[in-house]
Design a protein around this ligand. Structure first.
Ligand SMILES: [Zn+2]
Length: 350
């Protein structure tokens, strides 16, 4: 088996689930005026913190919302968001990544904390984050670090009008459309696919296309049945008219959809480490990445949330082992990530 090396382009990388935060977690808490949860008392060193963080996310007694609030609760003011953006670029550059599109959903960063004078607007949250990203990129100029602004799909819940609905989502699209387009490279759709399938977001995506914003959506990851997973992938492609898909776990079962995506240059990011972690698959071969390759689908590998899941090199290694990829397939896997990125601010060779 060839030795895998050099995955250096990420575009399915949730900033609030990234390992890049690990060494800054205690600082986020200090800057927010909050105490860390009891689970994190008296941390000995970074290894100990990593161990406890992994245990926190794996603990079935802590609900999913609380788990993610470990970080989002303390990313609510300009100082923490600046540090958050800076850390992301610093650590990814240190890992020799040359291109990153970090996913960031501003709607979860408008709650305020003990140190903030006022709650941030979504636009202010994005500005603070971007300032940190830009500052770090000046220090690490080999990397091109951009941000994919995500919309949490529950925003359209008809039972929770206070969450803002389509109008709030459109304002998030406007942040990208009216912002620094060379760094804010597009929008994504994230979170609970089971309760809020993609047909609920057509108006938002139509608006994004009207405004000339590139689009990505998580789909085909988590649904009530394989049939619904398949339907969600087709809806994302044909109704949301996405430029790139995230997950699409069962894509190999739909050769027509594969052909459409190849013909229309719609790539796919796959996060096998995440599906193994969540128990959605038992074996990486279930993804039939080799079939996707044969059909010419531009599929690439990404970490999803490497703060507590496998890092990208482990994911890559596991895939190479599962499929016994050839050198050519490995090169293609690398190239696909580059070919399906949204940003294009620096010159890269790949
Ligand atoms: Zn994801």
């Amino acid at each position: 088996m060839p030795i895998p090396s050099g995955l250096d382009c990420l575009h399915h990388d949730h900033m609030d689930g990234a390992i890049t935060n690990l060494e800054a977690i205690e600082d986020y808490y200090k800057l927010s005026g909050f105490e860390m949860p009891a689970h994190f008392k008296d941390i000995l060193n970074l290894d100990d913190l990593k161990h406890r963080t992994t245990a926190w996310y794996a603990n079935p007694q802590i609900d999913i919302v609380t788990k993610f609030r470990l970080l989002t609760d303390v990313l609510q003011n300009p100082d923490t968001l600046f540090l958050f953006g800076h850390q992301y670029v610093k650590v990814r550059a240190g890992q020799e990544m040359r291109y990153c599109e970090g996913t960031f959903a501003p709607q979860y960063h408008t709650r305020g904390d003990n140190k903030s004078r006022a709650r941030l607007t979504e636009k202010e949250a994005v500005s603070a984050l971007l300032a940190g990203v830009e500052a770090a990129e000046k220090e690490y100029p080999k990397i091109e670090a951009n941000v994919l602004i995500a919309i949490g799909r529950e925003i359209v819940d008809p039972k929770h009008l206070e969450w803002g609905g389509v109008e709030r989502a459109k304002k998030i699209v406007d942040i990208v459309a009216d912002g620094d387009r060379s760094r804010l490279v597009g929008i994504g759709l994230v979170c609970d696919e089971l309760t809020y399938p993609p047909e609920m977001h057509i108006e938002i995506f139509n608006y994004a296309h009207e405004r000339g914003v590139m689009t990505d959506a998580h789909a085909g990851e988590w649904a009530s049945s394989p049939a619904k997973l398949m339907e969600n992938m087709r809806t994302a492609v044909h109704m949301l008219k996405i430029n790139r898909g995230s997950h699409f776990r069962l894509l190999s079962r739909d050769s027509e959809l594969c052909k459409y995506m190849v013909d229309n240059d719609i790539g796919v990011s796959s996060c096998p480490g995440s599906y193994l972690y969540s128990g959605l698959i038992r074996d990486i071969r279930e993804l039939e990445l080799d079939v996707l390759f044969e059909r010419g689908v531009k599929v690439s590998l990404h970490p999803d949330d490497d703060l507590f899941m496998d890092d990208i090199h482990t994911v890559f290694w596991k895939c190479c082992r599962a499929y016994n990829f050839t050198d050519e397939q490995i090169s293609q896997l690398r190239r696909n990530a580059w070919l399906t990125r949204f940003g294009n601010r620096k010159k890269h060779e790949f």
